[in-house]
Design a protein around this ligand. Structure first.
Ligand SMILES: O=C(O)CCC(=O)C(=O)O
Ligand SMILES: [Fe+2]
Length: 293
């Protein structure tokens, strides 16, 4: 894998941001996206424990322990939010995560602590999601099925994020009927997944207060170096084609995958994994053949 650093900007006009990053589907780190937010200093572990610590939350374990072609992750336990936040704050190593958490449904006051910076239009304001992860946990390589753009703002610790654009899909062992890779790139098995070596992307360590812009369709793999959490705000894909493709993925492709999972069970999983490996390795073999020709 060849990974370069992500651009970093302090302030940028919506026009320049659109031309340089949205249109070209290029990730960028924004230093000042959350500058005006009360959340930036207010959302400490102590504050969250005080405010929301009494809620029961469902925790999810290592994705590697799940069947490799299964995308839904069953919860492994339910605990008071306070206990989980204690783990994160103390960097207790664990696989436990909470994802796509709409904490604002439980504690609507928290919505007052941030706004939707006007760097872009089309925010999906009904879906401000939070993601929490313990030190050492990771999020498998995927791109977001609805093809929205994501502004992910970091709190409490550091996350290492590895990104690839869609031109690299051919090297990434995409499981058919999903937007996920079959490979664990944090612990890459190059014997089984040799094409990964050819992939070119970006890597960045996201620190508290920083925001990463992840453009529509970008592949992301996330490692929680410490216990930490993020707020992710989304905007709709600006093109009509993108919106249609996103809706098609959510309402057709995902449904088909769920249906085949139920109906064919393991043979569907086996088929997907086999296809992912065959399709991607073919590319490596073709390249090798070209080289020898
Ligand atoms: O930070 C995480 O845990 C996952 C974030 C993610 O995948 C997203 O915002 O799309
Ligand atoms: Fe994602």
């Amino acid at each position: 894998m060849r990974l370069k650093e992500v651009d970093v900007v302090e302030d940028i006009s919506p026009e320049e941001f659109y031309q340089k990053y949205v249109k070209t589907l290029t990730p960028v780190k924004l230093k000042n996206y959350s500058k005006e937010w009360a959340a930036r200093t207010k959302w400490t572990y102590d504050f969250l424990k005080e405010k929301a610590g009494h809620h029961q939350v469902k925790l999810h374990g290592a994705w590697q322990d799940n069947e490799p072609t299964r995308i839904e992750m069953p919860a492994v336990k339910e605990v008071p939010f306070k206990d989980y936040l204690d783990m994160l704050e103390n960097d207790v190593p664990s696989d436990l995560r909470i994802f796509l958490f709409n904490l604002f449904k439980l504690e609507p006051d928290l919505l007052e602590d941030f706004d939707y910076p006007p760097i872009m239009d089309g925010y999906l304001k009904d879906y401000p999601y939070m993601f929490f992860g313990a030190a050492g946990s990771d999020v498998r390589l995927h791109y977001d099925i609805d093809l929205s753009n994501v502004f992910i703002t970091q709190f409490g610790g550091t996350k290492r994020i590895t990104l690839f654009d869609q031109s690299q899909t051919k090297y990434l062992y995409k499981l058919p009927f999903t937007t996920h890779s079959a490979a664990d790139i944090g612990n890459a098995d190059y014997e089984k997944f040799p094409a990964l070596k050819l992939a070119e992307g970006w890597q960045t360590d996201l620190l508290p207060g920083e925001t990463l812009f992840m453009p529509s369709g970008i592949w992301h793999y996330i490692q929680y170096l410490d216990g930490s959490f993020s707020l992710s705000l989304r905007t709709l894909n600006p093109t009509r084609m993108g919106k249609l493709q996103g809706a098609y993925n959510v309402f057709v492709i995902r449904k088909l995958d769920e249906y085949f999972n139920k109906f064919y069970k393991n043979s569907w999983s086996d088929y997907k994994l086999k296809k992912a490996i065959e399709r991607t390795n073919e590319i490596v073999e073709e390249r090798e053949a070209d080289r020898l020709r």
